[in-house]
Every structure is written in C-alpha cells, then in structure tokens.
Design a protein around this ligand. Structure first.
Ligand code: BGC
Length: 374
C-alpha cells in the first residue's frame, strides 16, 4: 500500500511539473529564453542588476542572454537586434539613450516579443509593455530633503545663507530629469528666498547635466566651477549630485581643488562601494539606496506572467515582500502612459549603513567599509 501511495505521488508530481512546464516555458527545447540588455559594466550598479536578473531567471529554469553595450548606443541597438534574432521570449532593456530604440523595438513588436523597460523609461515606442523602476522623483526629493534637514533650513529665517552647486545626470537617460526635478522642487523655494545661493548661476538641467553619468566629466565641471567661482575663498556648503558616479567626481574635485576647509554636504544615489567608503570616511554625506535585487524580483515576476500570456496588473504589486506601487499615470513615453511598477528608495548615511544595508544582507563589512554581498 505504502509503495502504491508513493508511486501515485510520484506520478502526480511528474504530471504537475509537466503541466507547469507547458504552462510557462515556450521555446523549441521547452525552455523560454530571456534577453537582457544592460547599458554598461563601467557604472557599478548595472553589474549588480545584470547578475541579479540572470540569477533570478536561471533559478526559475529560464535561459538567459545578457548583453552589456559599453554605454554605446549603436552597440546597444545591435545587441538588441541579436537578442531578437535569437528569438528571446521577453526583452528586458535598460536603455543607454531612451530616445534611440524606437526602430529596433519595432522589430520586437513585429515578432510579438514583450519588452520590459528596466529602470530607465524607453521613449517613443509602443513596444514597451511595462516599466519597472524606483520612484525616481522621490530619489531626488530625498536628496533635497536631506540638504534641508542637514542645514536646518527654514523659509522664515533668511539670516543665514548657504552656497550650493548642482550636478545632474545624463540627458539621454529619462530618469535624470526626474532626479533633478525632485531635488530642485524641494530646494527652489530656499533659492528663491535667497537662503541658498547657486554661485555659478547654473540651475538649468541642461547646464548641470553630466553626459553618460561620467565621474571624470563631473569632476572636470566641478573643478572649473571651483576655479571660476570659489577660488577667492567663497565657501561651498552643498554639492547636490544626482548619483554616486557623479558624486565621486565632485568629491574628487573638492578634495583636489577646493580652497575651503569646511565639510561640503554631498549627496548621491546607488550605494556604490567607493561612495559608501567615502560616506564612512566623512567625504560624502548620503546616498539614496535602491535595492536592485528587488527590482530584479519584480521584473522576473512580470516576465513570467507575460510568458504565460497573462496581463500583469495592480494585483501583482501586492504579492511582493518589498513595497511596490503599481502606477498608471506618471510615466508617459510619448506614446501614452506605460504601466509601471515602482519601488521605494531609502536614504543611507553613516549612521544607518548597518541597519539599511548590512542587516538586510545587501552588503557585508570588509574591514571598516561595506562591500556588496555575494
Ligand atoms: C539609474 C541610477 C544610476 C544612473 C547611472 C540611472 O538611470 O537609475 O541608479 O545611478 O542611471 O548609472
């Protein structure tokens, strides 16, 4: 009898697995293929994203083709062409230039390959089915609010004034404007009140943007600003930087070229290892952390539903362990709003590295500095 029951259980298990395979795996060999296009290995976070996504899909039995395009738009177009030619079942793309993928994604649409716009919104194409990101405006808002708190700014008290400079991201990245606007909207009332002075006068996104989010470009620009506006002893109180790669350049410029002796408040985003070390050493004040492991989990869940021919909707957002909002109004890519799953960023300072980064398992200590886990 026991033998019969265990044989019966085995048969049921085999059937259940077989049905599950038929239900969600499509390729010729019975395994669905996922195509992932990441911008570059040279910016730390995309290495993490690529690895998390690949591991997460492979754990579930999918085949993954992962491409990095060296921050070169033509290269990314050709990488995506190859993924489409390889008959991937879903395309996941973090665009280098959100405006340059319209044509190649037409081909994806012709082949009915669903496209998930990963972290950065791809513009001017109807081929994008979903967008997964963090609340990008909130990232900037958190940076601005950090500055307000750190300086104790109060609109009714104009007796003390501070000097600030802005460094934003790559204009080709749709996120960059959201980050900048989030921060600027918080800080502009203080600029208007004369409490914050932008000594360089550079307050337009175009003036403060950094092509390719390059550390060197951000450094050179800040060196020029320091030489032109601060070499006479003018104090720089704040360098509002949209992310860690630009914050690193700005921090280096201040270390080498700033005449003042005060600690400049410097913001960032991502939790890159070099920046976390600078936070520990008191050279950078904060970073906005985005748990990209969760971004990968959400992306995989959407991809799985799409492969099963289902339509991800608001209900999916409630199934995750992390906080995730389903948003159908904020992100318009020029062809209409794209249904978005948005995760929640958090502020990391020297005081909460342990609780925000180490305790949840994202980073481990390597001596006195945090390094990415895994
Ligand atoms: C990402 C940021 C990152 C930046 C540069 C943005 O699109 O959202 O996390 O710092 O690109 O890689």
């Amino acid at each position: 009898m026991k033998k019969f029951i265990s044989a019966l259980i085995s048969v049921i298990l085999i059937f259940t697995m077989a049905f599950a395979m038929v239900g969600c795996k499509k390729g010729d060999d019975g395994v669905s293929k996922i195509g992932i296009a990441m911008p570059t290995k040279s910016l730390e976070r995309w290495n993490r994203d690529g690895t998390f996504l690949k591991d997460e899909f492979e754990k579930k039995g999918y085949t993954v083709e992962l491409k990095y395009s060296d921050n070169n738009v033509d290269q990314q177009v050709s990488d995506i062409e190859n993924l489409i030619a390889d008959d991937v079942d879903v395309l996941i793309v973090a665009a280098i230039d959100g405006e340059s993928l319209t044509k190649v994604l037409d081909t994806a649409a012709e082949k009915e390959i669903p496209v998930i716009s990963y972290d950065r919104l791809i513009m001017n194409t109807e081929a994008v089915s979903y967008y997964v990101s963090f609340d990008n405006y909130t990232v900037g808002k958190l940076q601005g609010e950090y500055v307000v708190d750190a300086l104790g700014l109060d609109l009714s008290d104009t007796s003390t004034t501070y000097n600030i400079e802005f460094t934003a991201g790559d204009p080709a990245d749709n996120n960059a404007g959201f980050f900048f606007n989030g921060a600027f909207d918080v800080l502009s009332p203080y600029i208007d009140a004369g409490i914050l002075n932008v000594v360089s006068g550079q307050t337009d996104f175009e003036q403060v943007a950094t092509a390719s989010w390059s550390t060197e470009t951000a450094m050179t620009r800040m060196q020029n600003i320091l030489a032109s506006y601060y070499s006479d002893g003018t104090v720089l109180d704040v360098a509002l930087c949209s992310n860690d790669s630009t914050a690193l350049g700005v921090t280096n410029a201040i270390a080498s070229d700033y005449a003042g002796t005060n600690t400049v408040i410097i913001t960032g985003q991502d939790g890159d290892e070099a920046n976390l070390a600078n936070i520990v050493d008191g050279l950078q004040s904060m970073t906005v952390f985005k748990a990209v492991a969760n971004e990968a989990v959400v992306t995989v869940a959407i991809a799985e539903l799409l492969i099963q021919g289902k339509t991800p909707d608001a209900a999916l957002a409630d199934t995750f362990d992390c906080e995730c909002a389903y948003d159908t109004s904020s992100y318009d890519n020029g062809t209409g709003t794209i249904p978005s799953y948005l995760l929640v960023p958090s502020v990391v300072t020297v005081d909460n590295i342990e609780e925000e980064l180490v305790t949840p398992g994202y980073y481990v200590w390597s001596g006195e500095y945090p390094v990415a886990a895994g």
